[in-house]
Design a protein around this ligand. Structure first.
Ligand SMILES: Nc1ncnc2c1ncn2[C@@H]1O[C@H](COP(=O)(O)OP(=O)(O)OP(=O)(O)O)[C@@H](O)[C@H]1O
Ligand SMILES: [Mg+2]
Length: 318
């Protein structure tokens, strides 16, 4: 569990007043956002619109929602999407076994008891609320939660159409109960790895941002924020090497997640500088396809390493 922050925002349920403030809040949560991301996040919050984030794997899409919820002092509700996700898992389902027990018990009672149970079994008490329904309920202090709809591209189009309805009105109809509306619409963050295109109708409801790989300066800032114990020179080498690797023709480029993992791995190995042997031995932390590893291992790794060391030496001398 994350600690809930007790900053001014969480006490007042208000929203950040400026882009700078958003950037500071994220930084407090050790998230290094560039100006364009902070701007679109600011606008999504102020305008009450869902934010649709697309980007490669491991570039920090999911993490934004987590850090934002923490920074705003709000509950995070996560809907992890997958193929075949249905209303019963995403919105609500009836607790059949509890309903059956209630009915069996009522059978022992009189007619009045049976009539009561007939009504009661379709009440709130027997309703299992899944993420989309939970997201319509405010916290005790009246603040709406942050709803993360993660990896939407993994669901099918039928679910997407259903989601479109929920996101337009922030209400859900349960036939036996009626329509449940959000007193306050949740802050919605949707992510996609773009394994398929999301329908225009849904995108139109949202503000859009492509989360790109960070440039070297931002990646170094991320590394410092997340792994402050990593030696500075090593961190610079790690970032320069990963940035160089992203310029190679690979099936799957390393994300920020891999950079952080690699820094952690090198720490475990007590390395303070990169050398060809260590790079070759630890490539599996950065690259997850054998063809990619085979391509880089050996001479390419050596060439990239020589290049980045030369560049870093020039930069240090300036
Ligand atoms: N800008 C950033 N600031 C701080 N940490 C970051 C940043 N970008 C990525 N990270 C870190 O990288 C890791 C991966 O991030 P995350 O899981 O959010 O990626 P993702 O884009 O959701 O990837 P996937 O598409 O595989 O789900 C996390 O540990 C996160 O903390
Ligand atoms: Mg993710």
């Amino acid at each position: 569990m994350r600690m809930q922050s007790t900053n001014v925002l969480s006490m007042t349920n208000s929203l950040p007043a400026s882009i700078d403030e958003i950037q500071e809040l994220l930084a407090e949560g050790r998230y290094v956002a560039d100006r364009s991301l902070a701007t679109v996040l600011f606008l999504a919050l102020r305008m009450g619109r869902p934010l649709f984030l697309e980007g490669e794997a491991g570039v920090g899409k999911t993490e934004i929602a987590k850090v934002l919820a923490d920074a705003l002092g709000r509950r995070l509700i996560r809907l992890q999407c997958y193929e075949g996700l249905d209303v019963a898992s995403a919105v609500y389902e009836w607790n059949y076994s509890a309903q059956m027990i209630e009915i069996r018990l009522a059978e022992l009672g009189g007619a009045a008891e049976r009539e009561r149970v007939g009504r009661d079994v379709f009440s709130d008490r027997f309703l299992i609320k899944r993420p989309l329904l939970q997201a319509l309920e405010s916290d005790e202090d009246g603040a709406a939660p942050v709803l993360l709809i993660d990896e939407l591209d993994r669901t099918d189009e039928a679910f997407e159409a259903f989601l479109l309805e929920v996101l337009s009105d922030f209400q859900v109809t349960v036939p036996e109960i009626g329509t449940i509306s959000a007193a306050q619409p949740p802050v919605v963050i949707i992510t996609s790895n773009r394994t398929r295109e999301i329908h225009d109708a849904l995108k139109r409801r949202c503000l859009y941002h492509w989360v790109d790989y960070p440039d070297a300066a931002r990646e170094l800032a991320i590394l410092r924020a997340r792994l402050p114990e990593a030696p500075e020179d090593l961190s610079r080498e790690i970032v320069a090497f990963v940035q160089a690797l992203r310029g190679e023709d690979l099936f799957k480029l390393p994300g920020v997640a891999e950079t952080l993992d690699w820094a952690g791995a090198l720490g475990e190995l007590d390395r303070i500088v990169l050398d060809p042997e260590t790079v070759n031995d630890t490539l599996g932390v950065l690259l997850k396809y054998q063809d990619d590893i085979a391509k880089i291992e050996g001479s390419t790794a050596k060439r990239l390493l020589d290049e980045i060391k030369a560049d870093l030496a020039v930069a240090a001398a300036q």
